[in-house]
Design a protein around this ligand. Structure first.
Ligand code: CP3
Length: 349
C-alpha cells in the first residue's frame, strides 16, 4: 500500500499525540505565492487551471517545496462539483465565483451525478501525478465541499451575505431542497471515492457556511448529509481518515463530531482552544486554528499565537492549521517563520 501509517499527519489522525504537531494550511497554494501567480497568469481561467493536471499538480506542490508541510492539499475547488453537474461556473477577477442560480426543484432535474467522475477525470489525474512526486513524509489530502455549503453557492449564484434564497427554499420546500442535498451527497461520495482511488490519503469536507444555520436545520442540512458521506466512505475505505470542517458551528461542534463519525475536526478561528481541549479532543483529532491574520502580522504576535495553541492542544491528537484559509496578502516569509516555529520541540516551562 502506498500510504503507510508512518506519515505524521496520518499518525495524528489515527489518534496519536506527536511531540511536534504535523501541519498544513487551508489555501496553502494560491495568490500569496509569486510562483502561483506566474502559473495562474498562464491559464485561461481558474476553472481551466483546476482542470489541467500538469498545472494543478505543479501548484499543489509549490507550497510543499518551499515549506515541507506534512500535508499537500490537492489544488482544486469545491465548485467543480456543480460545474460537473452541468451548472455554468465562472470566476471573475476580484469578484469570486458566479453560477447560474438554481431556483427551485424543477431546475434540479438536469443535474446528473453520473457525470461527476467522467467530467472530473483531470482532477484524478492531478492526484496521481502529485502522489508520484510526494516523499515519504507528506500525505496527500483530497477534498470536497459539504452539500450544504455547495448548495449555498448553487442557489445564491455565488457568495452571499444573508443566504436568503437558499434558506428560504430549504425551509419552505423541505422535500424539494432535500432532493438537491441528496444529489450533492451522491456526487460527493462519487467524487471522494475517485479521489481516494487515485491516491488521496486523507479527505476533508469543507462546510464553510455550516455556522449560518439554526440547530434543527444544522442537524438536517449539515450533520445528516455529512453522516451519509462519512458512512459510505468508511464502508469502502475503513482506514482512510476524514476531516470535517463545519466552520462557525460553535456549540454544535460536539454534536457534529459524535453524530457524523469524522476522525478529525477542523476548528475555525473562534473556537476557544481550552474548550476544544476539554470537550472536542477526547472525541476526535483536533485541527486548527490560528487566526490567518497572525500570518499577515507575523513577528512576536505570530510566535505567541503558535506557542499558545501548541501548549493548549499539543498534549493530545493535534494537527496544526489555520482557523480559515491563508489570505492573499500573507507575506511568504511569515509562512517560513511558522514552519520554523513548528519545527521546534515544545517548551516545557
Ligand atoms: O487549500 C488549498 O490550497 C487547495 C485549493 C482550494 C481552493 N479553494 C483554491 C482556490 C480549496 C480547498 C478551496 C475550497 C473552497 N473554494 C471553499 C471552502 C474553503 C473556504 O475557503 O471557505 C470555498 C467556499 C470555495 C469557493 C471559492 N473559490 C471562492 C468563494 C473563491 C473566490 C474567493 C477568492 O479567494 O478569490 C474561489 C476561488 C479560489 N479557489 C482561489 C483559489 C486559490 C482564488 C482564485 C484565483 O487564483 O484567482
Amino acid at each position: 500500500m502506498a500510504s503507510g501509517p508512518e506519515k505524521p499527519l496520518l499518525r495524528a489522525l489515527a489518534g496519536e499525540r506527536l511531540s511536534r504537531p504535523p501541519w498544513w494550511l487551508m489555501r496553502q497554494a494560491g495568490r500569496y505565492l509569486p510562483e502561483y501567480r506566474a502559473i495562474r497568469s498562464k491559464a485561461k481561467d481558474f476553472v481551466e487551471l483546476c482542470l489541467t493536471p500538469a498545472l494543478a499538480a505543479e501548484v499543489t506542490l509549490q507550497p510543499v517545496r518551499r515549506y515541507r508541510m506534512d500535508g499537500a492539499i490537492l489544488f482544486s475547488d469545491i465548485l467543480l462539483v456543480p460545474h460537473a453537474l452541468g451548472q455554468k461556473l465562472t470566476f471573475r477577477e476580484g469578484e469570486g465565483p458566479l453560477l447560474e442560480p438554481i431556483a427551485n426543484s424543477s431546475s434540479i432535474a438536469g443535474l446528473d451525478p453520473g457525470q461527476i467522475v467522467p467530467r472530473l477525470e483531470p482532477v484524478f489525474e492531478t492526484i496521481c501525478r502529485v502522489a508520484e512526486s510526494l516523499g515519504t513524509q507528506t500525505a496527500l489530502i483530497g477534498f470536497a465541499g459539504a452539500p450544504w455549503t455547495v448548495a449555498t453557492y448553487m442557489v445564491e449564484g455565488g457568495s452571499s451575505r444573508d443566504f436568503r434564497q437558499v434558506k428560504g427554499w430549504a425551509y419552505r420546500d423541505v422535500e424539494g431542497f432535500d432532493a438537491l442535498i441528496g444529489i450533492l451527497v451522491e456526487s460527493t461520495i462519487k467524487f471522494l471515492t475517485a479521489q481516494i482511488e487515485a491516491g488521496a490519503e486523507v479527505v476533508q469536507l469543507f462546510d464553510t457556511w455550516a455556522g449560518v444555520l439554526p440547530e434543527a436545520a444544522f442537524g438536517r442540512l449539515v450533520i445528516e448529509p455529512t453522516r451519509s458521506i462519512v458512512a459510505a466512505l468508511k464502508q469502502r475505505f475503513p482506514g482512510h481518515p476524514i476531516i470535517g470542517f463545519p466552520r462557525g458551528a460553535g456549540l454544535l461542534y460536539e454534536r457534529y463530531i459524535t453524530e457524523t463519525g469524522v476522525d478529525g475536526i477542523g476548528l475555525d478561528t473562534m473556537v476557544p482552544a481550552g474548550y476544544a481541549r476539554e470537550r472536542l479532543q477526547p472525541l476526535a483529532t483536533v485541527q486548527g486554528n490560528l487566526d490567518p491574520i497572525l500570518l499577515i502580522t507575523g513577528g512576536s504576535l505570530l510566535e505567541t499565537g503558535v506557542r499558545d495553541l501548541r501548549q493548549l492542544l499539543g498534549d493530545g491528537p493535534f494537527v496544526f492549521n489555520l482557523g480559515h484559509g491563508v489570505l492573499p496578502e500573507t507575506p511568504p516569509e511569515n509562512v517560513q517563520a511558522l514552519a520554523r516555529l513548528l519545527a521546534e520541540p515544545i517548551a516545557t516551562t
